[in-house]
Design a binder for this molecule. Structure first.
Ligand code: F6R
Length: 366
């Protein structure tokens, strides 16, 4: 059942190339330049006329929502708010009939997300679900939706659900952007081609596994980790930190790289590994100067870089390369080494990777 892997988590990490292509297959027709998604096509006017998109989710799904915020605002130019379902539902939020609410949930059973959906519906918003589990409560409660088609995710720590959620949300953003004319026709076609190449590039990213294992061994006894990223990769930093916390029980924090100087920099010393997502397109120079700040305080730097990088390679203690892609698609690649790093650390510390203490696969309590 684990397909020869030691844990479901590792199997699911390695399933990502096929999970991502299963998610776009049948929806994205690259040669024709078409994205067909029934839940979107049937509600196109509502989505195109949305004054605002409110994304509600919890945990890793909330991180996918944050990535989607950056993608939607950049490509579709609709304002987006991303809310923890638990905060949204309890604070009498302002919801209008011309708001579109997108609820993201792997299990489709998360109690807070479900309650937030009901609240949005009471306020007459249109609610769109992005779920993995077919026929789940959330997929039935929403007005329309799109499944992620990641296949069953058994490991408690979410991996392929996250990357397929981003894939679905990117497809939706591309479709709306094309309809709205907020991206050019040639960009649209190019982005479809780039998305089609992502599974190959995820495969290439997975090839760093042995090197990541070595890095895991080097830092497995650290008490704290910091994860930094900017733009599209700020939510990936949050997700990397969450993965490490969940399965290895090492304290980790994710931060937008530029926020470091407003506090967390005080933590940095020679004991502190700092994972920095420093890919070529995402404010590269700024991230390089963040790395210099860490280095001058003797922090240990693990850089996630674009293939062929030289600048960060010279500064960092370790680099992990990922293939180059369009900036808005980089989270699909930068996430991979962070999943593997947390996996190997947890295994080396002899933790229960697939069923970490205190955690459940679906959180049906409030
Ligand atoms: C993280 C994790 C949790 C879930 C969260 C939401 O690895 O598994 O943080 O992401 O409980 O669950 P869903 O997506 O099922 O609503």
């Amino acid at each position: 059942e684990k397909g020869g892997y030691d844990h479901f988590m590792l199997k699911e990490i390695y399933e990502q190339p096929s999970a991502i292509s299963d998610t776009y297959r049948g929806r994205m027709r690259v040669a024709e330049g078409i994205i067909k998604m029934a839940g979107i096509d049937d509600n196109l006017a509502k989505l195109l006329n949305a004054k605002r998109i409110i994304i509600i989710a919890c945990g890793t799904s909330w991180h996918a929502g944050l990535v989607a915020e950056y993608i939607f605002e950049e490509l579709v130019r609709i304002p987006v708010e991303v809310e923890y379902a638990s905060e949204f539902r309890y604070r009498n939020p302002v919801i209008h009939a011309d708001d579109v609410v997108i609820a993201i949930s792997q299990s489709g059973e998360t109690a807070d997300t479900m309650a937030a959906i009901k609240l949005a519906k009471e306020n007459r918003a249109f609610v769109f679900g992005v779920c993995n589990v077919v026929g789940s409560s959330i997929s039935r409660e929403t007005h329309a939706g799109a499944y992620t088609h990641a296949g069953p995710e058994i490991g408690v720590a979410s991996t392929k659900a996250f990357t397929t959620q981003i894939t679905v949300l990117a497809l939706i953003a591309l479709k709306l952007a094309e309809r709205k004319g907020t991206i050019s026709n040639s960009s649209f076609h190019y982005y479809l081609q780039e998305l089609e190449r992502i599974p190959e590039k995820v495969k290439a990213a997975l090839e760093s596994n042995e090197h990541i294992k070595y890095i895991a061994d080097t830092y497995k006894n650290a008490k704290n980790f910091l994860y930094l990223g900017r733009g599209y990769n700020f939510p990936v930093a949050l997700e990397g930190a969450l993965k490490l916390k969940e399965i290895s029980y090492i304290h980790a924090e994710g931060y937008p790289a530029a926020e470091m100087k407003h506090g967390p920099i005080a933590l940095i010393d020679e004991q502190m590994p700092v994972v920095v997502i420093a890919t070529k397109k995402g404010h590269y120079e700024k991230v390089v100067s963040n790395i210099q700040e860490i280095k001058s305080r003797k922090g240990k730097i693990i850089g996630i870089v674009t293939e062929g990088d030289v600048t960060v390679k010279e500064l960092a203690d370790h680099v992990i390369e990922i293939p180059e892609t369009e900036e808005f698609l980089t989270p699909l690649l930068t996430t991979i080494p962070l999943q593997l790093l947390s996996y190997h650390i947890a295994v080396m510390l002899d933790k229960n990777v697939d069923q970490p203490r205190n955690l459940a696969k679906s959180v049906t309590v409030e």
